[in-house]
Design a protein around this ligand. Structure first.
Ligand code: C5P
Length: 231
């Protein structure tokens, strides 16, 4: 990666939204098309959540979790077929990170201001030439407020639960649709109502409702946003 003298001159596209809105899939494809780097910020929260559960830490003990955040080594790499893998403290934790248990742990630790602060610089370090697509909940509001382009993706809760259900089924994970919908709604409520960096569209973000849209339709809409002058 190439680091310019002034990192803030590196262009950024932020894609925020609730779980299951399609952020991950869309952001990865858009980053590929633009030839830019990609930050999956949710994976960082999930990785710290998993590391905390491996170490049997109390999820309500902020100081232990902050130490865990600094101590957890998180690496990203693509396997030979191009599938992204996440390595946590030297172990491939990709499959474990995708579970709703990991999502729940991530959402619990993500509500702790000190944990969010401890992850700030790690996220900003992804801002490298030729550009960055950053996906999460607070990319446009807190981590890259000066991003030139900002998108907020939404979809109905039912459709988001169905997408997650299909994704997990394809991975051989068995869960009920009803249970998933309940977990998604609980996670939405926690993410939107927390005191620090709550999930909300950044000022100037273009909202795209992906309900009923195919992946390519959404990618086209995001690329259309990118063709507008940076804000
Ligand atoms: O995006 P993903 O579902 O992987 O994120 C898991 C959890 O991590 C979210 O429910 C949210 O609580 C937290 N998160 C966050 N800020 C981000 C990315 C994720 O609070 N930028």
């Amino acid at each position: 990666m190439q680091t310019p003298a002034n990192q803030s001159s590196v262009p950024v596209l932020t894609i925020d939204g609730p779980s299951g809105s399609g952020k991950g899939t869309i952001s990865r494809i858009v980053a590929q098309r633009l030839g830019w780097h990609y930050l999956d910020s949710g994976a960082l929260y999930r990785a710290v959540g998993i590391a905390a559960s491996w170490a049997d830490l109390d999820l309500s003990d902020p100081s232990a979790l902050v130490r865990c955040t600094f101590d957890t080594n998180i690496g990203f790499r693509d396997d030979p077929s191009g599938e992204p893998r996440v390595i946590v403290n030297g172990q491939d934790a990709t499959d474990e990170l995708r579970t709703e248990t990991a999502g729940g742990a991530a959402s619990a630790i993500a509500a702790i201001p000190e944990v969010r602060a401890a992850l700030k610089d790690r996220q900003r370090a992804f801002r490298q030439l030729p550009g960055l697509v950053a996906d999460g909940r607070d990319m446009g509001t807190v981590i890259f407020p000066d991003a030139g382009h900002k998108v907020f993706l939404t979809a109905s809760a039912d459709e988001r639960a169905e997408r997650r259900h299909k994704q997990l089924k394809d991975k051989g994970v068995s869960v009920t649709l009803d249970g998933l919908l309940r977990e998604i709604l609980a996670r939405d409520a926690r993410d939107a109502n927390r005191a620090v960096a709550p999930l909300r569209p950044a000022d100037g973000a273009v909202r795209i409702d992906t309900t009923g849209l195919g992946i390519e339709d959404v990618v086209a809409q995001v690329l259309d946003v990118m063709s507008r002058p940076a804000g």
